[in-house]
Design a protein around this ligand. Structure first.
Ligand code: UDP
Ligand code: MG
Length: 316
């Protein structure tokens, strides 16, 4: 099989028909064997039921349904593990990533002989200002923390060769953030620009809480430098404290009384705050170690139509 298209879906009943209607002609035109791995991330709406209906006249559609909602990145992981193609494309189900770009990606991978082709957003004016600003801040921080090779306009719309997918599937990490992990592997890559479109139907499945979760996973998955911030803050408050002692001694020597109530209060609050932040930071890393040592499966597959297809005797 040449190509697997992996699409995580969470409550995408409203988008799924539009998605299939646009994706299928693109893939059929390729004239190569392919599969579409629709990973249902524990949707509570009729996404799976609709996918099963669509599958009846599109055998290339494969449904991998997870037992519960595990989040976009983990659903993607389930899809990458299930995919059988020589090339694997990950794409959102809401048509924000145009399916037509897939054929460009495949051509670029072959012509330039690269293992990864990144979809790079050259225009995201259809995104809300909030989304653009938070995304801008996120990528800025990642570039500072991790390295300049983090592209600020490459999300999870990309094509990967079998070699890359095999490396990703072997990662022992509990929650890999693929948009950072993939470029960090150092495979030769190319870029294909695309215009970020508006979500075709339904609402975003990435509320602020999930964005914060992704940010914490991105930071703690890649860099221990926040832990060093604690040391620097400690040093800074120590130096400040030394200065304070000197001024107090001088004031005391010159006979001036030190009222000191508010400064004491501020100092206690400030130090308490810094300590709590640092404890929370430590907790993030310890939490990751905890999750890694538990070795619980990050997701469970309730249904994989490929298994059903394989079990069913071929009909004429
Ligand atoms: N998604 C998922 N599980 C989740 C949240 C999102 O599989 O818990 C999928 C969603 O169905 C979509 C993709 O991840 O195909 C990107 O989500 P969305 O478009 O809502 O995010 P946004 O584009 O707003 O950042
Ligand atoms: Mg979207």
């Amino acid at each position: 099989m040449t190509l697997s298209v992996v699409t995580p879906m969470y409550n995408e009943r409203e988008a799924v028909d539009h998605f299939v209607a646009r994706l299928r002609p693109v893939l059929d035109r390729l004239d190569e064997p392919y599969e579409v791995v629709a990973v249902d991330d524990g949707s509570s709406d009729a996404t799976v039921a609709r996918l099963m209906q669509l599958k009846t006249d599109w055998p290339e559609l494969r449904i991998v349904a997870l037992r519960r909602n595990v989040g976009h990145q983990t659903a993607l992981r389930a899809g990458l593990l299930a995919a059988r193609g020589d090339y694997v494309v990950s794409i959102d189900a809401d048509l924000q990533d145009p399916p037509e770009t897939i054929s460009e990606m495949l051509a670029a991978a072959r012509e330039q002989n690269v293992d990864v082709v990144y979809g790079v957003r050259c225009d995201r004016s259809t995104d809300t200002a909030f989304k653009r600003n938070t995304a801008g801040a996120y990528y800025w921080m990642m570039r500072k923390l991790i390295g300049p090779w983090v592209s600020d306009q490459a999300g999870d719309f990309r094509l990967m060769s079998r070699a890359v997918v095999d490396v990703l599937n072997a990662l022992p990490e509990p929650r890999p953030v693929y948009r950072l992990v993939v470029p960090s592997l150092g495979f030769a890559g190319a870029e294909v620009p695309y215009v970020r479109e508006e979500r075709v139907a339904g609402t975003t499945k990435y509320p602020l809480s999930r964005m914060i979760r992704l940010t914490f996973d991105s930071i703690t998955g890649f860099s221990a430098s926040p832990l060093r911030i604690a040391t620097w803050l400690g040093l800074l408050s120590f130096v400040l404290c030394l200065g304070l002692i000197v001024t107090t001694l001088v004031a005391w020597g010159s006979g001036a009384t030190v009222p000191g109530w508010s400064s004491l209060f501020i100092a206690v609050l400030l130090l308490g705050g810094i300590q709590l932040i640092c404890l929370g930071l430590l907790g993030e890393y310890v939490g990751r170690i905890y999750a890694a040592t538990q070795k619980r499966p990050p997701f469970l597959v309730a249904l994989d139509t490929a298994r059903l297809d394989a079990a069913r005797p071929a009909t004429v």
